[in-house]
Design a protein around this ligand. Structure first.
Ligand SMILES: [Zn+2]
Length: 228
């Protein structure tokens, strides 16, 4: 038998938040509740009853999230959820700060078809606090240029790709969502730990649960490197 040496997976890092009853959700979304359905003491085995919205915790949005005729989460090419990543360092934005196309210039040459763009806002440090809802967001113009470059997967370490206004609607609406999802792409929200993504040739996996016909689904997001 011949063949090249196996490429070992290295530096696997977890980009997912834990899911529990304290998981912050988008204003108005169902809260997550996890309760024992069976226990070793009573039944001889443990089973958890899981109740949550499709957009809870670290998750992916399908085009159907905003577009009735858009693809559902189980209809998308799996390639959208697994591939080479580029991390754009956009930390330092103020609350409700705008992430513009100019902010993405340092990595613009890496924005090509098949690439997964991850926006590192640093806002994951506010997870579980009120400040988490005041996250920066991608402008519709920047989202349109990312999509024009051929990127179909955009993720970030914050609650939403568009601005969040608790008890209201954002001034710019859902422009970034509509650009990415309107191009048939997907959005990954509530990522964490993007500073730990391997520097050299990082690969990211955000494979969602195969929820039939759903607008989105939770994921266990990870990054890793390939080779030595
Ligand atoms: Zn979402």
């Amino acid at each position: 038998m011949t063949g090249s040496a196996a490429q070992p997976v290295r530096e696997v890092v977890d980009l997912s938040h834990p899911l529990d009853d304290d998981t912050p959700v988008y204003p108005g979304d169902p809260v997550a509740r996890f309760t024992p359905a069976a226990t070793v003491a009573a039944d001889g085995y443990n089973v958890l009853h899981v109740r949550m919205g499709s957009q809870t915790g670290t998750h992916v949005d399908a085009p159907y999230h905003f577009l009735d005729d858009g693809a559902r989460i189980d209809e998308l090419p799996l390639e959208y959820f697994l591939g080479p990543a580029v991390v754009a360092d956009v930390r330092g934005k103020p609350p409700h700060g705008r992430i513009e196309w100019a902010d993405l210039q340092p990595c613009a040459h890496l924005l090509t078809p098949g690439r997964i763009l991850l926006l590192r806002t640093g806002w994951d440090e506010h997870w579980g606090t009120d400040a988490y809802f005041d996250h920066p967001y991608l402008t519709g113009d920047a989202a349109a240029r990312v999509v024009a470059a051929g990127v179909r997967t955009v993720g970030l370490d914050a609650l939403s790709l568009d601005e969040t206004i608790v008890g209201g609607t954002p001034a710019d609406g859902f422009a970034a969502h509509l650009e990415v999802l309107g191009a048939g792409g997907v959005i990954v929200e509530n990522l964490r730990n993007l500073g730990a993504v391997p520097q050299v040739d990082p690969v990211v996996s955000v494979l969602p649960l195969r929820l039939a016909g759903a607008d989105g689904a939770p994921v266990r997001a990870v990054a890793f490197g390939l080779g030595r």
